[in-house]
Structures are given as C-alpha cells and as structure tokens.
Design a protein around this ligand. Structure first.
Ligand code: PMP
Ligand code: GLN
Length: 388
C-alpha cells in the first residue's frame, strides 16, 4: 500500500515484535518495557470507588480538575515551578499520544526536528507522519553524552523542535542541569519548541537527581514536557499521561488533543488525583527500581556481557561483543528462540543504526523473573563462549 502510506519506511514497532516472539517461544520477556508485577491494590480500589460513584462519562477535555491540581502541586513541590491547572496541564491517553499530539500541533511540512538517537521508537514516525523531517544526532557509545556542538551545527532556519528524553530510554543515561543549560543557550531567541519526554522522572539511581525541563520555564519559554502515569504507577495498560506547557502552547495543543481523543478515562483520572496526594507513592520508586537493577547486574556479573551502567529508567544495556559479532536483531532472535529470553536489539532505536553489539533488557520484573531471565542470559553467555 505504498501509494497510501504516509510512513512507508516504518514497520511494526519492535516492542510488539519482540513481545509476540517471546509469547510464541515461551521465553521470559525482558524486551518491552512493562512491569510483570501487580500494581497497588489501593489504586485499583480507588478506580473502583470512582466508577461506583458514577464517574463514568466523558471527562472535561483537558482532564478532570482535581487531577490537574494534584499534578501542579506535585510539580511545585518537586521542581519549584508553578503551573496553572486550568491553562497549562492537559491529560492524555498516555505519553505516546501526548508526544504525537505535540508533534502534530507544531510540526508543519518541511519543519526539522532534532532527535537524539538511540530514541524511543515513536518520535521519528510521528514527525514524518506530520510532514516533518527528523534530524538525528547520534549519542555515542559508551557514555551517550549529548554532543552539543553537533546540535548547534544541525540547527537551521527550519528547525522547529528539539526532543530530549531524560532519564533516557534505552541507554539509562540521566542528563544533567548543564545539558539543559546548553539547550537553553542554543534555542535562546529562536522559534524552536523543546519537547522533553520525562516518563521515567521517578526512576533515577545512585543518588542522582532528575533535572526537569519544568525548572527551565524562564530560560526555555517554548517548552513542552510529557509524563506518563503508566511508568510511575506500574499501570502501562491504563494509558494515562499528561502534557505541561505554557498557556499559549497549551491552547494550540488542546486544539489537536480535542480532535484526537477529546478526553481520557474518567474514573482512572479521579483515582490518580487522590493517589498522587501521598508522595511516598512515587518517591519510593528510585530505591525500588535501583534494587532491581542491582539484583540483575549482580546475577550477570560472572558473564561475558559488558553491562553499561543504568542511571535511570528500568532498562539496562548489555554489550555482547565478547560473545558474538552477529547483528543485534539476529542475536536477539537467537536469545528468544533458543535460550528463551527476549530482549530488544538496539538498532531499533536508530534511523541508521551504527555498527554495534548492544541489546536492551527491562528489569521492571519480579525477583523470580529477574533470576530466571538472568539465568537464561548466563546460559547463552556460556554457550556462545564455548563456540568462539
Ligand atoms: N516515552 C518513552 C521514553 C517511553 O519509554 C515510553 C514507553 N512507556 C513512552 C514515552 C510511552 O509511554 P505511554 O505508555 O504512557 O504511552
Ligand atoms: N516504552 C516501552 C519500551 O520502551 C514500550 C512502549 C510500547 O510498547 N509502545 O519498551
């Protein structure tokens, strides 16, 4: 159907491909990013409560007010910035819809969008579907630092947006305040929207602190920040997220939002509004996931995988160059089909993948899954070592 496709070069998402392969092969699924443990039953009970109380019809287009208020309170407490619930918060059907809506709002045919690669897989197709031109800037292995000089060189009169993601999926890098200062200097005085994807804001390890674009509202006035409750409350299937932007930008974003989803699941929004009031519900996540990262890394330390330290998110990169020089898709396929553990080949996160031997695993898993998944990766490491 090439004649009708707006994104002809794009196939099925790697997350769908690998999760299906995991199921078909009865493999432990460390590929797609979602927890395999249940969420807090108190949160489920809250949804139930609001459903029984009759909150089952359309929510207001920007989201229910108590949730927008709770979000602004949280932002003010964590990042010291004040935002208006009425004019600067929009509740979305997850971060993926938020990202698409923001891109669709601001990107016109021919507009250039700077995207740091490896990048979450929805950015590039969303830009192309809206007639924009993705301009990749490669984050280089092993530290995946942002090469700000290259970013500067890639900014043109057509640059309309820069997308930044921290903590970063898939590398686990947490970008610093200095990175945001560099960004601020580059966009100063230009008509460039900065969109920051912060869905992993509460998954930051080793005493590091999350720097949010929300703290840069003066330095970067055209800023849009995207969040997801799916990652924060272990509920990826509920698909609720939000967008924070100043009122001028929000007005434009809501014009598109109202004609894509109009409004988002009502009882879940009320439940989140109440659940957010207890800071422990999200401030405990750093140590919760840090322990899981440490457990996974300890189990794999006797292997020949080189583990790239993850400072945030619930992902971990493994370099398998000491085991094989097979392309990462092939290596992931063998891991899934033969060794029964599914991972994500890093090539999936690039427009033009560099030559490298990296796979991503997700450690948002029960202790049992981590032990079993690590065991299968260890078996693969031993067998590959014997055959080389
Ligand atoms: N951005 C990043 C970096 C992600 O890893 C994900 C996956 N959760 C999303 C956005 C999408 O989030 P959601 O599931 O809320 O659509
Ligand atoms: N964010 C998740 C990941 O990176 C997957 C989201 C999805 O499946 N679309 O694995």
């Amino acid at each position: 159907m090439k004649e009708f496709s707006k994104i002809p070069g794009i196939g099925e998402s790697i997350f769908a491909v690998m999760s299906r392969m995991a199921v078909e092969n009865n493999a432990i699924n460390l590929s797609q990013g979602f927890p395999d443990f249940s969420l807090d039953t108190a949160l489920i009970e809250l949804v139930h409560k609001y459903m029984l109380a009759g909150n089952n019809q359309y929510a207001p287009m920007p989201g229910v007010l108590p949730l927008r208020e709770a979000i602004c309170d949280k932002i003010s407490a964590l990042y010291g910035s004040s935002y208006s619930p009425a004019e600067e918060v929009t509740i979305t059907a997850g971060a993926t819809q938020a990202l698409y809506t923001v891109i669709s709002t601001f990107i016109r045919p021919g507009d250039e969008v700077i995207i740091f690669e490896p990048a979450y897989d929805s950015y590039v197709p969303s830009v192309i579907a809206n007639g924009g031109i993705p301009v990749p800037v490669i984050l280089r292995y092993p530290d995946f630092a942002i090469p700000w000089d290259e970013v500067k060189d890639k900014i043109t009169a057509n640059t309309r947006m820069i997308i930044i993601n921290s903590p970063h999926n898939p590398t686990g890098v947490v970008y610093s305040e200095e990175d945001y200062n560099q960004l601020a200097a580059l966009v100063n005085g230009k008509n460039i929207v900065v969109m920051s994807d912060e869905v992993y804001e509460h998954l930051v390890f080793d005493e590091l602190k999350h720097t949010s674009l929300l703290s840069f509202k003066e330095k970067i006035p055209n800023s849009v920040t995207v969040f997801s409750f799916g990652k924060v409350f272990h509920a990826t299937g509920w698909k609720v997220g939000y967008i924070i932007a100043n009122s001028m930008l929000t007005t434009e974003i809501r014009k598109i939002h109202q004609f894509t989803v109009f409004a988002v699941n009502t009882p879940v929004q009320f439940a989140y509004a109440e659940y957010l009031k207890n800071q422990e519900h999200y401030l405990s996540l750093n140590s919760f996931f840090e322990n899981k990262r440490n457990q996974f890394n300890n189990l794999l330390s006797p292997s020949k995988y080189h583990l790239i330290p993850s400072k945030g998110t619930y992902f971990q990169l493994l370099d398998y160059s000491a085991l094989s020089n097979l392309p990462d898709y092939t290596f992931s396929e063998i891991l899934t089909k033969k060794f029964k553990v599914a991972t994500i080949p890093l090539s999936a996160f690039y427009s033009t993948p560099p030559e490298q031997t990296l796979i991503r695993i997700c450690f948002a898993k029960t202790e049992n899954t981590i032990i079993n998944g690590a065991q299968k990766l260890l078996t693969a490491s031993e067998e590959f070592s014997l055959s080389t």
